[in-house]
Design a protein around this ligand. Structure first.
Ligand SMILES: Cc1cc2nc3c(=O)[nH]c(=O)nc-3n(C[C@H](O)[C@H](O)[C@H](O)COP(=O)(O)OP(=O)(O)OC[C@H]3O[C@@H](n4cnc5c(N)ncnc54)[C@H](O)[C@@H]3O)c2cc1C
Ligand SMILES: NC(=O)c1ccc[n+]([C@@H]2O[C@H](COP(=O)([O-])OP(=O)(O)OC[C@H]3O[C@@H](n4cnc5c(N)ncnc54)[C@H](O)[C@@H]3O)[C@@H](O)[C@H]2O)c1
Length: 477
């Protein structure tokens, strides 16, 4: 293995693997350095484990309602060690199926598993385990991010999301601090498993990045499911062991008063700074601001020969964003910085109960640009398939320009929300106009049929009527 490369990629998660493969495809001599194993956060501790837990939660809910279909289930409890083992074995199966070491090898990329990389000069990187130094003309940072503990007394008592599977038993009482995508999904998981869940969020609403109607619908569902949802928290103050060892006492401020609760576990899902500790970025002249590696529109850092893609630059922390950015960064590193990354058509969602998803502009964002944009809001309980499946909670909202030609955004809550939004994204990416979408025949009975209904609603009524219909649908969603 040589020690000199055209392009050195640091991190072999979704961004790093895509960047390395693309750079090699463009003819560069490429190495990718990984401190642990391929797959990154996504496969090892993030999307894949969370998705398996979400499926387990769904099975619990299905079993709970099975008697309505004449299926008798006498006992339903979670055997935590079995659940954990199932998650871990699924991670291994996904890793084996992806076989990224082999893909990289086949593409001529050197996969270097010699510990963490650290810059020791602008173009030189030292490997922690071997002490070897690699040199490269261009470097692409794909180091991802990590959870953070709040800087409060007793924070070390909290569990970080990536360590949830290490809990020795299922918590009976759990507090989740932070209602972003991670926190919201953990709420659904522990709620379905029978834990008593409290959710604390500093923002005025949960899932603050989503469309306001999505956030409200998920919060309402959580509350109805018995979750204590506390938003606009003024701050978490401390964690300490209870004097009688009955759990962890969590203290927070809300509405000007101090509040306290005792929990078996407190999970902090309060943010995701870039993994830049010990990376020696000063030696390369790479700037970091507010936990993110600063990049320009070409994903170039403050050092012209260093690029950053994926979670590390903090732009859109999703696997699909990591892929798009990594390809652009690789192209810019090898051929010169000319490619920008369009982020506006990145669908995203979470596997809560109910699921939620969105793509493009939220209604508030669209109205800030043009208050006469048009909105259709179709409730799931008006559609056959959600009724058949006994999943009537939810809606699809489509946002179109004032001429009702182009879709600006789509947002859904409910069963299969992510797949419904994916279908709308495909139409948006293909430049399908609203009139064409309204003419598409959807198979019966499907969840995606709601797209056709919403598109026809966009065409059929005046903006004021649509808003009224939306308010009605929201009431029943
Ligand atoms: C609980 C959870 C659930 C999620 N679910 C979803 C989901 O359903 N859908 C979705 O789109 N996104 C999801 N995400 C986000 C997704 O995991 C990330 O957006 C994605 O993994 C980012 O890819 P990346 O390559 O930028 O970083 P990562 O996947 O974090 O990979 C970074 C890699 O760099 C390595 N590394 C770091 N520093 C060094 C160093 N100095 N030297 C060598 N190697 C280093 C790390 O070991 C790691 O393998 C989830 C995240 C979490 C936490
Ligand atoms: N399904 C998915 O696509 C998925 C799932 C999980 C995570 N992710 C991505 O991974 C990244 C990390 O997600 P995350 O949810 O861990 O972090 P996040 O930064 O998205 O959310 C953290 C939440 O914690 C809140 N918070 C911060 N300080 C707080 C405090 N002191 N008290 C209470 N609340 C506080 C924030 O307001 C925010 O809502 C995100 O970019 C996310 O999109 C995606």
């Amino acid at each position: 293995m040589s020690d000199t490369y055209d392009v050195l990629v640091i991190g072999a998660g979704p961004a790093g693997t895509s960047a390395a493969l693309r750079a090699a495809e463009l003819g560069a001599r490429v190495a990718v350095v990984e401190a642990r194993r391929t797959g990154g956060t996504c496969v090892n501790t993030g999307c894949v484990p969370t998705r398996v837990l979400a499926k387990t939660a769904r099975l619990m809910r299905e079993v709970r309602t099975a008697d309505a279909y004449g299926i008798t289930v006498t006992e339903q409890t979670i055997d935590w060690p079995t659940t954990v083992a199932r998650v871990r074995s699924t991670v291994e199966r996904v890793l084996a199926a992806k076989d990224e070491p082999d893909r990289l090898r086949a593409a001529g990329v050197d996969l270097v598993l010699e510990g963490r990389a650290r810059f020791v000069g602008p173009h030189e990187v030292e490997l922690e385990a071997s002490g070897r130094t690699l040199r490269a003309e261009q470097v692409i940072l794909c180091v991802g991010g990590h959870s953070r503990r709040l800087p409060v007394p007793g924070a070390e008592l909290a569990t970080l999301p990536e360590h949830v599977l290490d809990l020795p038993r299922l918590p009976r009482r759990v507090a989740v601090v932070g209602a972003g995508n991670t926190g919201a999904q953990l709420v659904t998981i522990f709620n379905a498993f029978g834990s008593d869940v409290t959710l604390l969020e500093v923002a005025p609403r949960i899932l603050a990045q989503t469309d306001a109607a999505v956030s409200a619908a998920v919060a309402q569902a959580f509350t109805e499911q018995g979750v204590r949802v506390v938003t606009s928290v003024e701050g978490v103050e401390s964690l300490r062991q209870a004097d009688d060892s009955s759990g962890i006492v969590l203290t927070w401020r809300a509405e000007g008063a101090e509040h306290r609760g005792t929990f078996d576990d407190v999970i902090m899902a309060t943010g995701w700074p870039a993994s830049v500790e010990g990376l020696g970025l000063d030696a390369a002249g790479v700037q970091v601001e507010r936990g993110r590696i600063v990049v320009d529109e070409y994903l170039r850092t403050s050092a012209a020969h260093v690029f950053a893609a994926g979670d590390a630059n903090g732009q859109a922390m999703l696997v699909q964003a990591a892929h798009v950015e990594a390809e652009a960064a690789a192209r810019n590193a090898v051929l010169g910085a000319t490619r920008r990354t369009p982020h506006h058509l990145l669908p995203a969602g979470g596997f809560t109960d109910p699921d939620y998803a969105g793509v493009g502009l939220t209604e508030d964002q669209a109205r800030a640009r043009d208050r006469d944009c048009v909105v259709a809001h179709v409730a799931y309980d008006t559609m056959e398939r959600p009724i058949i499946d006994d999943r009537p909670r939810g809606f699809l909202k489509l946002v179109a320009d004032r001429r009702r030609e182009l879709l600006l955004g789509a947002h859904a809550v409910g069963e299969n929300a992510v797949e419904v939004i994916q279908a709308v994204t495909t139409a948006m990416a293909a430049g399908v106009d609203v009139a064409t979408l309204a003419r598409v025949e959807f198979a019966y009975p499907t969840y995606s049929a709601v797209i056709g209904v919403a598109a026809r609603q966009l065409l059929a009524v005046t903006p004021a009527e649509v808003l009224l219909a939306g308010a009605g649908a929201r009431g029943s969603a």
